[in-house]
Design a protein around this ligand. Structure first.
Ligand code: C2E
Ligand code: MG
Ligand code: MG
Ligand code: MG
Length: 284
């Protein structure tokens, strides 16, 4: 009896595992094709000046229009792309597309703003990082001061010297550098001093507990004070409520990103957002 049950459990477990393996395998094969077949799309989430409430940038966030599974979020396929060595072509596509779109918007007369692109750790470590960025700028005609690159804390620790060298080059080139998901990684505060960054994005996990958790509020306040004395601009991620907005603004956070102002939008929806908020003349 016990043996049967054990066997049975093993069998169920195995099928489940097999299924997962199959899903990953087939999604992986699809992803390779999907990148070539132009199934990736970028959505853009507005970044708003906390004081003027005008747009100052957008973060480009990739989605995958899968032929049968629908629109997939990056959490479903970015880790897969990293495992399958597809993150380099994927990342290069994102860079090119984001720069091209931003340049097209500038021609349409949008307010002065930047497009922020997320870089995976492997992209930063890769020898082609600098040339991919240069190619994306050159192909689109976008000037470097309209491009922002987001890096996370975790990868930086692996190869500090090489990383610092590359990031320094990009920053001297006029590109804005932001530390993403600040507070969730393993970095020490000394990295903030060593890394050539302009901005720091406070992770949503801190912002969501404003008004609920005094400790999170203290951490945010301390981070804002520290950034002020280091001359770093702070972006709050995941601001959803008026209370979160006023807390961040009143404590000196300059830029707000989150559902309070807008979810990530398709390129067309972003134009509608700018028109409806009076920041762009409607096309005639
Ligand atoms: P991230 O860079 O930290 O991006 C912010 C994420 O928070 C986005 O999720 C965004 O939709 C979500 N978000 C923004 N405001 C709010 C809010 O008010 N409430 C809530 N609940 N969520 C909010 P998304 O688009 O699903 O992206 C998830 C992650 O996938 C990103 O986190 C980033 O790490 C990664 N990712 C997205 N696009 C790319 C890409 O092109 N390349 C790479 N390497 N990673 C990417
Ligand atoms: Mg980001
Ligand atoms: Mg983030
Ligand atoms: Mg995040």
């Amino acid at each position: 009896q016990a043996k049967d049950a054990g066997k049975n459990c093993y069998y169920i477990y195995d099928v489940e595992k097999d299924h997962q393996r199959f899903e990953r395998f087939s999604l992986g094969a699809d992803l390779r094709k999907g990148i070539q077949n132009n199934e990736l799309v970028l959505h853009y989430q507005p970044q708003i000046d906390a004081v003027t409430e005008k747009i100052v940038g957008v973060e480009a966030l990739v989605r995958w229009q899968h032929p049968t599974a629908g629109l997939l979020s990056p959490d479903r396929f970015i880790p897969l792309a990293e495992e399958l060595d597809l993150i380099i072509p994927l990342g290069e596509w994102v860079l090119k597309e984001a720069c091209q779109q931003m340049q097209a918007w500038i021609r349409q007369g949008v307010p002065d703003m930047k497009v922020a692109v997320n870089l995976a750790g492997q992209q930063i470590a890769h020898e082609r990082l600098i040339s991919s960025v240069e190619e994306a700028l050159e192909a689109s005609g976008l000037s470097a001061d309209h491009l922002e690159l987001e890096v996370t804390e975790n990868f930086v620790i692996r190869q500090p010297e090489v990383t610092v060298g590359k990031l320094t080059y990009l920053r001297e080139r006029g590109i804005t550098l932001a530390m993403d998901d600040f507070g969730t990684g393993y970095s020490s505060l000394s990295y903030l001093k060593k890394l050539p960054i302009d901005r720091l994005k406070i992770d949503r996990s801190f912002v969501k507990d404003i008004g609920i958790d005094r400790d999170d509020e203290s951490i945010i306040k301390a981070t804002l004070a520290m950034c002020q004395s280091l001359g770093l601009v702070v972006v709050a991620e995941g601001v959803e409520t008026p209370d979160q907005l006023s807390f961040m603004r009143d404590n000196g956070c300059q830029i707000i990103q989150g559902y309070y102002y807008s979810k990530p939008l398709s390129a067309d929806q972003l134009m509608d957002f700018l028109v409806s908020t009076g920041q762009l003349q409607a096309e005639v």
